[in-house]
Design a protein around this ligand. Structure first.
Ligand code: ZN
Ligand code: ZN
Length: 366
């Protein structure tokens, strides 16, 4: 994107926030969740507040980011650098501004200690919990964001392809995880969105296994769940392989999970309640007799964070919107034996969807 397009995008996002503030009868919003700060300003530092008021937006950060902040945020957002405490600077900016006293804060992310500090620094302000206001806006991705997520998917798939050449009997889960991280970095991942999960044999039945010392044996399932990050945006995908020829039970549960993925993807489109997508996957698994072997939700939004809105589970109240990017990751876990999980990344659209992941889903005998 050209700089002016970037600024247009940020201006549009700030206007969306102001519309939401108006609907919520708030006079201003203090954004503290750093992915939200980044989405609205482009600032990538690790300490900042963004104060959004009807006539202005001010990024408040400390002296370490003096140069970086002015380079990243462009002219449409003021930058306020402080050598002391950010809370006192928030109070100063609010006093200087002319917005009313009702200021929203991000109650899902602000620490209790920080909320108290704000109360002490800004005596005249009526702080109101704003809920996940910016998170809701962020859940609908524009074409540039979808392109970044798509790049992160391609980086991950290229690293996975490289990794598979190194899988052999006797290698440990931990060595494979280290190798995967190395290859992800080589392929262009800026950082790890989360520690990769590499789980083999019976450990593949543990949904969030940490790679350990266990070594691979003939006939083991090998579950790999990992992602890459490009331009701040994450990918998140899972594949399950088998070392050597698969056993009948492995083929069976892999077939069930593949059908669940297919049905859930077919149900993903704008206007559909997210819980229906979960239901589509869950019904396939339940009908095959494994209903009690799939204990987590079917998916989640992915973007600047690896887990964000909307939720795709049985309790979700979200309705999919065009531009939502979600994972579809049903599984069957058989304790003591092994598990299969497959995870795809899908963009919901009007009357359809686009699957960003392309790595084959088959059991992939290694
Ligand atoms: Zn994952
Ligand atoms: Zn996931």
């Amino acid at each position: 994107m050209k700089p002016e397009e970037v600024w247009d995008t940020r201006g549009l996002r700030l206007r969306q926030v102001l519309d939401r503030l108006h609907e919520s009868r708030l006079d201003a919003l203090l954004v503290s969740h750093l992915p939200n700060v980044r989405w609205l300003t482009g600032f990538t530092g690790s300490s900042a507040f963004l104060l959004v008021e009807p006539g202005s937006a001010t990024l408040i950060t400390d002296f370490r980011y003096r140069t970086q902040a002015s380079e990243e945020v462009g002219d449409e957002i003021s930058v306020s650098i402080t050598d002391s405490d950010l809370f006192a600077e928030v109070a100063r900016c609010l006093e200087e501004g002319d917005s009313g006293p009702r200021v929203g804060f991000e109650d899902h992310s602000l620490a209790v200690r920080d909320r108290r500090a704000l109360g002490e620094s800004c005596g005249a302000v009526m702080w109101e919990p704003a809920g996940p206001l910016v998170g809701e806006l962020r859940s609908t991705k524009d074409s540039g964001e979808i392109e970044s997520i798509s790049s992160a998917v391609r980086v991950a798939e290229s690293a996975l392809g490289d990794l598979l050449g190194t899988v052999r009997e006797g290698v440990s889960e931990r060595d494979l995880a280290v190798e995967l991280e190395y290859r992800l970095r080589l392929a262009g991942s800026e950082s790890m969105p989360f520690d990769p999960i590499v789980a083999s044999g019976p450990r593949s039945a543990l949904p969030h296994a940490h790679p350990g010392e266990r070594t691979l044996h003939e006939g083991d399932l090998l579950l790999i769940d990992f992602g890459a990050r490009v331009e701040g945006y994450c990918s998140d995908m899972t594949r399950t392989f088998v070392l050597g020829a698969p056993a009948a039970w492995q083929v069976e549960i892999h077939g069930v999970v593949s059908r669940a993925v297919e049905k859930a993807i077919a149900a993903t489109e704008a206007g559909v309640p997210a819980r229906n997508v979960d239901r589509a996957a869950r019904d396939v698994i339940a009908e095959a007799g494994f209903g009690d072997r799939f204990g987590h939700g079917t998916g989640h939004g992915v973007g600047l964070e690896v887990h964000e809105q909307p939720s795709v589970n049985a309790r979700s109240r979200d309705t999919l919107e065009s531009g939502n990017v979600v994972t579809i990751e049903p599984a069957v876990y058989l304790p003591g034996r092994g598990g299969v999980r497959l995870e795809e990344v899908v963009v919901a659209g009007e009357g359809g969807r686009r699957v960003l992941t392309g790595f084959p889903l088959d059991l992939g005998e290694l």
